[in-house]
Design a binder for this molecule. Structure first.
Ligand code: ATP
Length: 288
């Protein structure tokens, strides 16, 4: 039997870094949602313990460096299963873009193998396991709008967002997340977006208040190295996005538009400045 699991990209509507733990991990407070730009992860069981990864993308490792491989190995070990898996990733999410593609692939492997191997683990159990792979994996196991705190492992699901469109613009630079995280200056000057206000705005289904609560602590840090991020953000706003911001550690910039005609205009205009541009929507019904 072969199953296909959808692995959607995420965006950070807001992202705050609170402090760094003694072991080097960061304490996060962020609001994430998933959009309908997705990888598709095809999974089948093999009789031996072997795990193989293939992909249609020329840019990805297919050995133990691939987060999908790590997820399968970890689940296999923790669940004590004696068989393995064949994993094929149809890659659509840009790599090293701040869209969580690798984490989402890993989460899709956890969900998919849980079904295929009939393990009956809860999403909470899978999310807990996924934290060992990357701090975005617990969120990606759910892939629905959530407040994410702790090291990425505390997930509070939030209600459905009001309807809007999302334009994603990915500059050609690839950003190394660890290198950005190493340079977070934890001092009094570090910007902290109003995350509680964002959560309240989502709970109230208040679109203008969602726009007013956006913010990303990492945007200034990544923009210093890649000035094109600031330019893309300004262009998005000038072309009429209701608000624009960098996602994750970058470099992808996203713009929100309540009106489809406005989103189309922003999308078409941005294509003149950035060769990878997408017009998407938040996932309306999660992964279902
Ligand atoms: P994040 O913001 O969650 O750290 P990102 O969206 O910026 O991630 P990814 O696309 O997840 O970046 O890729 C980050 C790194 O992970 C790349 O160097 C890539 O080679 C590696 N990687 C390993 N497995 C995968 C995968 N299945 N898909 C994408 N990248 C992967």
């Amino acid at each position: 039997m072969e199953i296909t699991e959808k692995a959607p990209a995420k965006i950070n509507l807001s992202l705050d870094a609170l402090f760094q733990h003694a072991d080097g991990e960061h304490e996060w407070k962020m609001v994430m949602t998933s959009v309908d730009l997705a990888d598709y992860v095809e999974l089948s069981t093999v009789a031996t313990r072997q795990i193989t990864v293939t992909t249609d993308s020329g840019f990805l490792p297919v050995d133990q460096r691939n987060l999908a491989f790590q997820a399968a190995r970890l689940l296999q070990k923790k669940a004590g299963v004696t068989y393995g898996a064949r994993i094929h990733i149809r890659k659509q999410i840009p790599v090293a873009a701040g869209l969580g593609g690798g984490s989402s692939d890993a989460a899709a492997v956890l969900r998919g193998l849980n079904r295929l191997w009939q393990l009956n683990w809860s999403l909470a159990d899978l999310a807990h396991l996924g934290l060992a792979i990357d701090s975005d994996v617990p969120y990606c196991v759910y892939s629905q709008t959530a407040l994410v705190t702790g090291r990425g492992d505390e997930i509070t699901l939030l209600p459905k967002l009001p309807p809007f469109w999302v334009v994603l613009a990915k500059p050609s630079a690839s950003v190394s997340t660890p290198s950005i995280l190493r340079s977070i200056p934890y001092n009094d000057q570090l910007y902290h977006p109003p995350i509680d206000q964002m959560v309240a705005a989502i709970r109230a289904n208040d679109y203008p208040q969602i726009l007013a609560s956006m913010g990303n602590t990492l945007e200034e840090i990544t923009s210093q190295r890649y000035p094109q991020i600031k330019q893309l953000r300004q262009k998005m706003q000038r072309f009429g996005a209701d608000a624009a911001q960098m996602s994750g550690s970058g470099p992808t910039v996203f713009g929100l538009c309540a009106k489809y005609s406005r989103a189309q205009h922003v999308f078409n205009s941005m294509k003149g400045f950035c060769h990878e541009v997408y017009l998407v929507r938040p996932l309306l019904n999660g992964l279902g």
